[in-house]
Design a protein. Structure first.
Length: 308
């Protein structure tokens, strides 16, 4: 049976831990795993601009012995002259997996429904699960065991990063606290699913509007841009609404004394985070960025060799 990774809860807690174990092993033995030897080709489709996703998947596929086929807007008929379903059927005859960075989660779901090869969500408007594997790997490297750790996400509760933090941290048995303005709540179905998972793993989910309450005693403080791709026309309104949600040195001071700061990048210093924080000693953003490579290699290896 083919396995896809479309959202964070497509893997079980045990599978998440296994992928992170693989990522640790691959980071220490970068060229020791050749699950795409051949070379097999992986289609990497970009409907949105990218730096970390493009580089990490391109390099990761190559490290695994494969060939990354980068498809950008205008390079194919997808979404214009050809349906998602027909594109899926064509690609499965030629490539070993599909990685897609796009807008609608429904399009990604359709791609997975219509193909017999793994489909990986490299970002949609609803979820960013590959980023969370990298973030969890980073937390594990710096803090050890994930279960029982408290993560405070400060910012846009309706964002893909918020949704993925809720699901992935619950899967890891962590306590995730979300602080967001009331006008940007996370999707109710995602919150319900995260709470369902947390009840099984020993984690917890807390949704509120007070950044200080969320950050108090937290082991990890996370934020993301207030103005995601496609939201540029809302910039002025969003800056007003999120004005009290900047991660500042004062906010970090209420977290645990050795709390980590994470940001998936790109970052806008002076908006969602102060320069003193993101460039300070508690920030692990460069480890986090590098870990996209190792986590995604582990994910591809798992889906192609162990997850069937």
């Amino acid at each position: 049976m083919v396995r896809h990774f479309l959202r964070d809860d497509d893997i079980t807690p045990a599978e998440q831990a296994r992928i992170l174990d693989l990522a640790v092993a691959m980071k220490s033995d970068r060229y020791g795993y050749r699950s795409l030897e051949g070379p097999q080709t992986v289609a990497v489709i970009f409907d949105k601009t990218s730096t970390r996703t493009r580089v990490s998947f391109s390099v990761g596929i190559t490290d695994l012995g494969g060939n990354p086929l980068i498809i950008q807007p205008g390079d194919s008929q997808l979404g214009d002259k050809e349906s998602v379903a027909d594109t899926a059927r064509v690609l499965e005859r030629m490539v070993s997996a599909i990685v897609w960075r796009t807008y609608k989660q429904s399009a990604l779901d359709e791609m997975a429904d219509r193909t017999t090869i793994p489909v990986i969500n490299s970002l949609t408007d609803d979820f960013h699960p590959c980023q969370l594997l990298a973030d969890l790997l980073t937390i594990r490297e710096h803090r050890g065991e994930l279960a029982g750790q408290t993560v405070a996400f400060i910012g846009d509760g309706a964002s893909n990063m918020s949704h993925s933090y809720l699901l992935a941290c619950a899967t890891a048995g962590m306590h995730v606290r979300l602080a967001t303005p009331a006008v940007y709540p996370p999707a109710a179905a995602v919150v319900a699913r995260a709470k369902e998972i947390a009840a099984q793993t020993g984690g917890s989910v807390t949704i509120g509007s007070d950044p200080n309450a969320a950050a108090t005693g937290a082991d990890v403080v996370v934020t993301d841009t207030w103005i995601s791709m496609g939201k540029e026309d809302e910039k002025a309104e969003r800056i007003r609404n999120f004005s009290g949600y900047r991660v500042s040195p004062e906010l970090m001071a209420v977290a645990s004394t050795d709390a980590l700061f994470l940001h998936c990048l790109p970052a806008y210093r002076g908006y969602e985070v102060d320069a003193e924080v993101i460039d300070g000693p508690q920030s692990v953003i460069w480890d986090e960025a590098e870990n996209r490579l190792h986590a995604q290699k582990a994910l591809m290896h798992f889906l192609l060799t162990e997850g069937k």
